[in-house]
Design a protein around this ligand. Sequence first.
Ligand code: CAA
Length: 417
Amino acid sequence: MKKQVGIEALAIAVPRRYVDIEDLARARGVDPAKFTAGLGAKEMAVADPGEDSVSLAATAASRLIQRNGVDPSRVGMLVVGTETGVDHSKAVASHVQGLLKLPRTMRTFDTQHACYGGTAGLMAATEWIASGAAAGRSAIVVCSDIARYGLNTAGEPTQGGGAVALLVSEQPDLLALDIGLNGVCSMDVYDFWRPLGRREAVVDGHYSISCYLDALSGAYRGWRERALAHEVVRWGDSLPGEQLARILYHVPFCKMARKAHTQLRLCDLEDAPGGQDSTPAAREDAAKSQASYEAQVASSLGLNARIGNVYTASMYLALAGLLHGEGSALAGKRVGLLSYGSGCVAEFYSGVVGEGAARRMAQTDVEEVLAKRERVSVEEYERIMRLASDAPDQLTPAPGEFRLAEIREHRRIYAAG
Ligand code: CAA
């Protein structure tokens, strides 16, 4: 039997504070409906400098290990996907290894390509295990980021932060990946970037949306070609994309998932045998199907609407939200996943939800993690945004959590709760 490899378990970590998105809209003199209906947001995580990509990654990885009884000596690879690393040289993964006192025998490294870095790490880990080189060992892949555009910018309501840690192994209780079906599309574009030394991203917002949709089309068509060849999907009464139980998208803001789904359907409607017989307007109408969006996408967006963009982690947050709500109903069903990183690259892949998904997600305590957060005013959010990156609020981390305490002689010192 072909070796099954994929995600065995996951854990999440989020900043301790958030701002209500309608409060932010009112403070900016914007109709709150623009941020809620227009962007699909409800709340936005607010990270202070003590909650950097290291502390969030370490907290998520620690939860993953503790709650799933992971034996660290069986973990041979620790990868952190991030675009908000804390050093040009020292890996976030090294910090995480040290903070969690993990064995020296694991390979540690970071992967960076904007929001795609986590998927790059997941694929490296999956293919390492599938190749046999892992010799039965597992990998931990952590996606950790702080999305930051700055006060009074168009991107401001699409900020956020957090981390998702994934245990990758030959026991994919959450999601067994369809190895070899992946479709990829990459292009050299300036849609969103963060020059060295800057805390805030530079973004050409509307262009970034069109780059995302363009890259999605290429990646999805690549996956579909292989999935058709392997008879995973077929042209028939329903479109190939409709044969996936759910589709998870990279979620810079929730409305983007709706745009992405319309684009994916358009690819199918244009390419379907006889598809060109209909008018472009008719295809666009069919692509926008509300019923299809509700059935295949909407249920994955609950966590994203309450946390905001988490760059590398945002699609994995959607996976957490989906399996938290529907882990048991989706067992045995195939889902599609579209990862996008500006600059840019998109990868579409698929996997089958495991029988153990609901049991694993019960250990994740998603609701408890969110319930512990504190809602802050816009004034407090602005104070936090103005803190220097080396001046974290002096707060004691909660048990099992980590915070940056200070930077001394260019060395970052973390406190453990
Ligand atoms: N009521 C309801 N809806 C309203 C409204 C109102 N009063 N006012 C406006 N809207 C709607 C608009 O019609 C629009 O919806 P559609 O896109 O469906 O037409 C939506 O609200 C947003 O309005 P605008 O396009 O006018 O908003 P904007 O120009 O101020 O900024 C943005 C939107 C470009 C997404 C901006 O927030 C931004 O730059 N965000 C960061 C970049 C980003 O997230 N890019 C996504 C692709 S790149 C990527 O995915 C990588 C990554 O993670 C960053």
